[in-house]
Design a protein around this ligand. Structure first.
Ligand code: AMP
Ligand code: ZN
Length: 465
């Protein structure tokens, strides 16, 4: 599989550090509010990368953090008069719900910055010991000019950066040796969360957490480091400086960055106020439509968000689901006859074409085009007297190719209240008959559809979650 590496600015064959294994680190959201659909783009894209690598036989260690200590979280906590952890825990739970609804799988590990402070302190100490960092008045800075390779990812020249930055004296940071030095540890301010450290009470700088968590959960060298393209500079550049200076080895082999989700050709962002939360969009569309919409463009192309484009994605998805339903209907009357070899071959060729698209730097746009070819093939070849094995092959392949993209091929049907009541009655009867397996199966079926049962003294109550 070829991946475009931001570091070398070309597509390169993916060769893992350890055969059959892939360690992926994706910078996750800062949890001070509901995530917006721009934040959802890297989640969906790199979750798809994970699924495809697994399909290709890799064992993937997928690590994605939650930044749970940050100025914005503290600001929000102060506004609400609660502890910062109340805000971060609330929005971690909300982000997880949105991710679940977009079929983004749980990461192997979702580390939180606040739970990794000792490792961060350790890394800062190592950097000081090696001469890559220094402390002034309780703040520890990274000595950027000591790190020769600074700028290698963003292809920025250190001298250009320095002259461009000359005007930017950030107040309170006059103590820095150099304008490009960045914060590893900052002293506490009144009303802020803090931790003990050799440099006094304080908290870590943002860049540090990813260097520490990737080291802890993947290793000194990681296969793929990913995130949105706004993170290339300074965040990823700083992560490289910290990790390579501390560990004395290359940090990440492949750097992948998704382009922006835009709105009216501007980056969707909280600060510009031109954003929609995943939650808001979820009220208008099933979130798998959003997933399908995101993947209908290549991840390195900017994608404009508009109602028309989401409608088009919705219709496209509908065509796939309808084809599946039709094939399932046909299967009921299908015959035990030999399938046509030519037709079977055609399906296999489409799978190869799909793989070729995904192998070409995760080209999900072309992969979706192949799924539509399969839909057309299905609609034109499945009818009366179709062979059962051909029908099954089409269905299995549609499910497989969609599944890799995180797209379910079956419509989620909302249960009507009467159906729920009927199932509950059936469960009660099953319990009376001591058929507990059936009773549990009904409870699970309801749970999958978001209905939770509660056995109370007054009988069974249910609610939708
Ligand atoms: P943040 O919470 O701002 O650190 O963002 C979390 C992730 O979302 C990062 O990987 C960002 O690069 C990414 N991101 C934020 N806004 C957008 C956008 N409009 N389009 C694509 N990715 C974005
Ligand atoms: Zn990061």
């Amino acid at each position: 599989m070829k991946l475009y590496n931001t570091m070398t600015r070309q597509k390169e064959e993916f060769v893992p550090i350890r055969e059959g294994k892939a360690g992926i680190y994706v910078c996750g959201p800062t949890v001070y509010d509901l995530i917006h659909i721009g934040n959802a783009r890297p989640m969906i894209v790199f979750d798809t990368l994970r699924c495809y690598l697994e399909y290709r036989g890799y064992e993937v260690n997928y690590v994605s953090n939650f930044t749970d200590v940050d100025d914005k979280i503290i600001k929000r906590a102060n506004e609400e008069g609660v502890d910062a952890s109340v805000i971060s825990e609330r929005y971690i739970a909300e982000a997880r719900k949105d991710m679940h609804d977009m079929n983004v799988r749980e990461a192997t590990v979702h580390p939180k910055a606040t739970e990794e402070i000792p490792d961060m302190i350790q890394m800062v100490q190592t950097l000081i010991d090696k001469g890559y960092a220094y402390e002034v008045n309780g703040t520890v800075y990274f000595r950027t000019r000591r790190f020769q390779d600074y700028g290698k990812l963003s292809h920025k020249n250190l001298d250009d950066l320095r002259s461009g930055n000359r005007e930017l004296k950030v107040s309170g940071q006059e103590e820095k040796e150099d304008n490009l030095d960045f914060v590893l540890w900052k002293p506490k301010k009144e009303g802020e969360p803090f931790w003990e450290s050799p440099w006094g009470e304080g908290r870590p700088g943002w860049h540090l957490e990813c260097s520490c968590m990737s080291k802890k959960y993947i290793g000194d060298v990681i296969d793929i480091h990913a995130g949105g393209e706004d993170l290339i500079f300074p965040h990823h550049e700083n992560e490289i400086a910290q990790s390579e200076a501390a560990n004395g080895t290359e940090f990440a082999r492949y750097w992948m960055h998704n382009a922006f989700l835009k709105i009216d050709n501007e980056k969707m962002s909280k600060s510009l106020g031109n954003f929609f939360t995943v939650r808001e969009i979820g009220e208008k569309y099933p979130l798998q439509v959003i997933r399908f919409f995101m993947l209908s463009a290549h991840y390195r192309s900017p994608l404009n968000f508009s109602d028309d484009l989401v409608e088009a994605a919705k219709n496209g998805l509908e065509r796939i689901l309808t084809a599946v339903e039709r094939a399932e209907e046909a299967l009921k009357q299908a015959e035990d006859s030999q399938p046509d070899d030519g037709q079977i071959r055609k399906v296999d060729e489409l799978v190869e074409k799909y793989e070729a698209a995904m192998d070409d730097d995760l080209n999900t746009a072309d992969a979706i085009a192949v799924i539509f070819e399969l839909v057309r093939l299905s609609n034109t070849t499945i009818g009366e007297h179709v062979s059962k094995s051909y029908c099954e092959k089409i269905l299995d392949t549609l499910e497989l190719l969609c599944g890799i993209l995180g797209i379910e091929t079956h419509r989620e049907e909302a249960l009507l209240d009467e159906e729920i009541e009927r199932l509950i009655e059936e469960r009660q009867q099953a319990r009376k008959d001591k058929d507990f397996a059936r009773a549990d199966a009904i409870r699970n079926e309801l749970q999958d559809k978001g209905i939770v049962l509660e056995d109370t003294r007054e009988g069974v109550k249910w609610k939708k979650i």
